[in-house]
Ligand binder design. Structure first.
Ligand code: SAH
Length: 351
């Protein structure tokens, strides 16, 4: 089967899929995401959303949509933080796009205190249209990737097959994909033999761009590269360690780098403007995470204050241990939105 089908089955198979059966997040799970590291992350994104609502002209009804909410921690932190902007909170209906039943239950628990309408959907296409703010943290990296391998006669699909012992192994599809060269970005077309080029179905990015025609903005946070590149980035993480993606299907989290160049190109197809992508560290500092950390430390015990400092470093540090540079933030908006907060004075652009 193609790598994309393998990845999709491993993650979302209704009985054996990783997200279907396990609670992968947090310090006791397999990996930790930014909202699970600190409440500051969701709080700042909540205030970002409230200020975007302001520059949208304060519409009376707004869909606040999150793709792949995990445990629901980010939305819970958002809805708590925006209590200081009651008119925004009252305008909001929350829409969560989630395939996993067990995670939906987890999200219900996290959001039990939220007194605004909350609706769940299996796909972005099912969310009602209208002015909206879309949020996605570590969602796109979980969408299946296709891997293509350069051969002398063109690009072949990378597939997964069984070896003589019944274990999984990679193989190369026998025929070249017709005309595939035309879809590979120009700067990668002369790739050496055996190079791998990854691509994702553009369906979600296109749908997001199409929906932004009804007004609003989107914030996409994920790890990946700014320009399309070659290389195999499929990775498996199990109990905070890298594992072989072909071992224990459904037992490890599988993800792959987000190609922000391709994502931006698809999401701006219908006229949306793009800001960034910029580093997560720069974005969070522009939103004032240093001030928020200082305010929280003032009220905290010495032990909690130390934990806040560690979380702050993890979220913004641009080194190996931090998410600051590896993670990128892409903003998208309807052209009538004059400026997206958090992206400095950079003029919006499209690729
Ligand atoms: N945003 C959360 C969780 C990230 S993990 C956080 O930052 O902690 C990815 C999330 O996307 C999970 O909730 C998973 O169940 C969901 N998901 C994965 N593939 C999906 C798909 N195709 N459609 C909808 N949700 C999906």
């Amino acid at each position: 089967m193609p790598v994309s089908q393998y990845m999709e089955l491993c993650l979302t198979h209704p009985r054996y899929g990783y997200y279907t059966t396990l609670d992968p997040f947090g310090t006791s799970g397999d990996f930790t995401t930014a909202p699970e590291i600190s409440q500051m992350f969701g709080e700042l994104i909540g205030l970002w959303a409230a200020s975007v609502w302001g520059v949208m002209g304060e519409p009376q009804a707004l869909n606040l949509v999150e793709l792949g909410p995990g445990r629901g921690t980010m939305m819970a932190d958002i809805m708590r933080a925006v209590k200081i902007v009651p008119a925004f909170r009252e305008a909001v209906s929350v829409h969560l796009v989630e395939t996993s039943r067990s995670l939906r239950e987890r999200q219900k628990e996290s959001l039990a205190e939220v007194d605004r309408p909350i609706l769940w959907h299996a796909m972005l296409q099912d969310v009602p249209r209208g002015p909206a703010i879309y949020l996605a943290n570590e969602f796109f990296d979980a969408l299946p990737i296709n891997q293509m391998v350069r051969q002398p006669d063109g690009w072949h699909e990378r597939m997964i097959d069984l070896d003589e012992y019944g274990d999984f192994k990679y193989v190369i599809g026998s025929d070249p994909a017709p005309q595939f060269d035309l879809t590979v970005p120009r700067h990668l077309r002369d790739a050496p033999v055996d190079s791998i080029y990854e691509w994702r179905s553009p369906v979600v990015a296109l749908e997001l761009g199409r929906r932004l025609q009804a007004g609003g903005a989107a914030l996409i946070i994920d790890y990946g590269h700014l320009r399309s590149a070659l290389g195999d980035t499929l990775q498996a993480v199990r109990r905070h360690r890298f594992d072989d993606p072909l071992m224990g299907p459904g037992l490890a989290d599988l993800s792959a780098h987000v190609d922000f160049e391709a994502l931006t190109m698809n999401a701006t197809q219908f006229g949306a403007r793009a800001y960034g992508a910029i580093d997560q560290g720069s974005f969070l500092l522009a939103l004032g995470i240093d001030k928020r950390a200082a305010a929280l430390r003032l009220k905290a015990t010495a032990e909690t204050a130390a934990a806040i400092s560690i979380a702050f470093e993890r979220l913004i540090a641009p080194n190996q241990t931090g998410m600051g540079a590896m993670f990128k933030v892409l903003g998208l908006c309807h052209p009538s939105v004059p400026i997206l907060p958090g992206f400095g004075n950079a003029a919006p652009g499209t690729i």
